[in-house]
Design a protein around this ligand. Structure first.
Ligand SMILES: [Mn+2]
Length: 427
C-alpha cells in the first residue's frame, strides 16, 4: 500500500456518520421507485476503468510543459502513482501501458503491478513520434508510409507491443496513428488507406486468439488536412476488414464539436464493433480535460447507451474502459481519481434510468416524458453509493481529501528529483 491504510481508515471514520445517513436517505428515495440500492452499490463495486500510464505525468501543450513536483520519472514511479489511485478509489484496477515510453522488463513490471493490486489493460503502440534509436522516421507516416521499410518498422513495433503485453497479461492492443496529410494533394488518400489496411492486416495476424485489436479514430492533429483513421466510419471499415478480433475505440475528444457521440456508440455496438473508450472531456477539440468536467450530461448519455446495449447483448458486451487525459494545471493523481469517479457516477446514473417507462414513452412518442425520464436519473446524486462502494473495498469515502491528508505528493517529491523529458504526449 502506498498510503497507510490506517490513515484511510481514520479518514473514513470521521465521515462515517454522514455517509451512513446519506446512504440510508438515498436508499429510501430509490426504494419508492422500486430500485434496490444494494444492487446498485454492488454494480459500482464491480466497475473499473483503466488508468493510462501517461496520465500520471503532467501533460503539456504545443507551447510549453510545466513539470509538477514529484512527477514520475519512469514507468515504475507511474505504477506507484496508479497504485495510489486504485487504493483510494477502488475503481481503477488496471493500467494501460504505452510503448516505448514504458518499455521495461515486463516480468518486473508485472511483479510490481501485482504487489500494488493492479493488472494491465490494453497495450498502446506509438508510431507517431521518432525514438532516439529509430532507423526510419515517421515524419511522413508510419503504418501508411509510402516506404515499405518504414511500414515494416511500424508493423514490427506493434507486434513487439503484443509480445510485451502477453507477458504482462494484457489482452488488447490499441492502435492510433497520426498518419495523414497537411495539404490537399500531398497524399493519395485511397492508396494511403490501402497501405494502412495491409499493414494492419499483418499486425492483426500476430494477435493471439484471445486478444482484441482496437483502432482509435481522430479527426485531426497532427495531420490537419486529412487523417487516415479520421472518423468512426473509417474505423468501422478497418475493423470490419480486419476481422472479428478488431473493433473500434471511441475517444470522446476525437470528434468535431457537438457531434452526437452517444449515437456513434449505439451504431458501433449494434454491429458488434464497439471495442472500448478513452474517456476525457472537451470544450473545443481534443482537449483531454478531466472526464465529466465540461459536459457530464454527455458522459451520462454515453453510459445510458452502454447500459441499454448491455441489456440487449448481455455478457458478450465487454467494452474496454480507459481514461485518456492530461493537462497542465492539476495534480494528475487528483485529476485521475476525480475522472474515474465521474465515469463510475455516469454508469450508476445510467443504471438508474427507468427503462420500462422510457420504452413506453418512446413507443407513445412522448418526447417530453422520455427526456424527463433520463433527466431524473441524471439528476440523482449517487455519491452515497459510490462512497460506500469504495469503502467496502478498502478505499476512501473522499479520495481527494484522504490523498491530500496523506502528503503523498510531498513525500514522492523528495524521492523523485525533477527530470526533463519524462514521457508526455497524449492521443
Ligand atoms: Mn485517446
Amino acid at each position: 500500500m502506498r498510503i497507510d491504510p490506517e490513515l484511510v481508515a481514520q479518514h473514513n471514520q470521521q465521515l462515517q456518520t454522514n455517509a451512513d445517513t446519506d446512504y440510508h436517505a438515498l436508499g429510501e428515495q430509490l426504494q419508492r421507485n422500486g430500485v434496490d440500492i444494494e444492487e446498485l452499490t454492488q454494480r459500482a463495486e464491480q466497475f473499473g476503468v483503466a488508468i493510462p500510464s501517461w496520465g500520471v505525468g503532467t501533460g503539456g501543450t504545443r507551447f510549453a510543459r510545466f513539470p509538477g513536483a514529484g512527477e514520475p520519472r519512469h514507468v515504475f514511479d507511474k505504477l506507484d502513482d496508479c497504485g495510489v489511485i486504485q487504493q483510494l478509489t477502488q475503481a481503477t484496477p488496471t493500467v494501460s501501458l504505452h510503448i516505448p515510453w514504458d518499455d521495461e522488463d515486463p516480468n518486473t513490471l508485472r511483479e510490481q503491478a501485482n504487489s500494488l493490486g493492479l493488472g494491465f489493460d490494453a497495450m498502446n503502440s506509438n508510431t507517431f513520434q521518432d525514438q532516439a534509436d529509430q532507423v526510419r522516421s515517421y515524419k511522413f507516416g508510419s503504418l501508411s508510409h509510402t516506404s515499405d521499410a518504414t511500414r515494416e518498422q511500424a508493423i514490427e513495433h506493434n507486434i513487439r507491443c503484443i509480445e510485451i503485453g502477453k507477458t504482462l497479461g494484457s489482452k488488447a492492443l490499441t492502435v492510433w496513428v497520426g498518419d495523414g496529410s497537411n495539404f490537399p494533394g500531398q497524399v493519395d488518400m485511397g492508396k494511403q488507406f490501402d497501405r494502412y489496411l495491409s499493414a494492419m492486416q499483418q499486425v492483426y495476424a500476430a494477435l493471439p486468439n484471445d486478444w482484441r485489436l482496437f483502432t482509435e479514430h481522430k479527426m485531426y492533429e497532427p495531420a490537419f488536412y486529412s487523417t487516415v483513421v479520421q472518423d468512426w466510419g473509417s474505423s468501422y471499415l478497418i475493423a470490419k476488414e480486419l476481422g472479428d478480433k478488431a473493433s473500434c475505440l471511441v475517444d470522446l475528444g476525437h470528434h468535431a464539436p457537438n457531434v452526437n457521440i452517444e449515437m456513434i456508440v449505439s451504431r458501433l455496438a449494434r454491429f458488434g464493433k464497439l471495442g472500448g473508450f478513452h474517456f476525457n472531456d472537451s470544450k473545443y477539440g481534443d482537449d483531454d480535460l478531466d472526464s465529466g468536467s465540461i459536459d457530464p450530461f454527455r458522459l451520462f448519455l454515453v453510459f445510458n447507451e452502454l447500459v441499454e446495449i448491455e441489456l440487449t447483448q448481455g455478457q458478450n458486451f465487454k467494452p474496454a474502459y480507459m481514461l485518456d487525459q492530461s493537462h497542465n494545471v492539476t495534480d494528475p493523481i487528483e485529476s485521475l481519481m476525480t475522472s474515474a469517479i465521474e465515469v463510475q457516477r455516469a454508469f450508476i446514473q445510467a443504471c438508474l434510468v427507468d427503462r420500462q417507462a422510457l420504452a413506453e414513452f418512446q413507443s407513445d412518442n412522448d418526447a417530453l416524458m422520455a427526456s424527463l425520464t433520463l433527466k431524473q436519473a441524471f439528476r440523482t446524486n449517487v455519491d452515497p453509493i459510490l462512497q460506500l462502494a469504495r469503502q467496502r473495498r478498502g478505499g476512501a469515502i473522499d479520495p481527494i481529501a484522504a490523498y491530500r491528508k496523506s502528503g503523498y505528493r510531498k513525500r514522492v517529491a523528495a524521492q523523485r528529483p525533477a527530470v526533463s523529458g519524462a514521457g508526455g504526449g497524449i492521443v
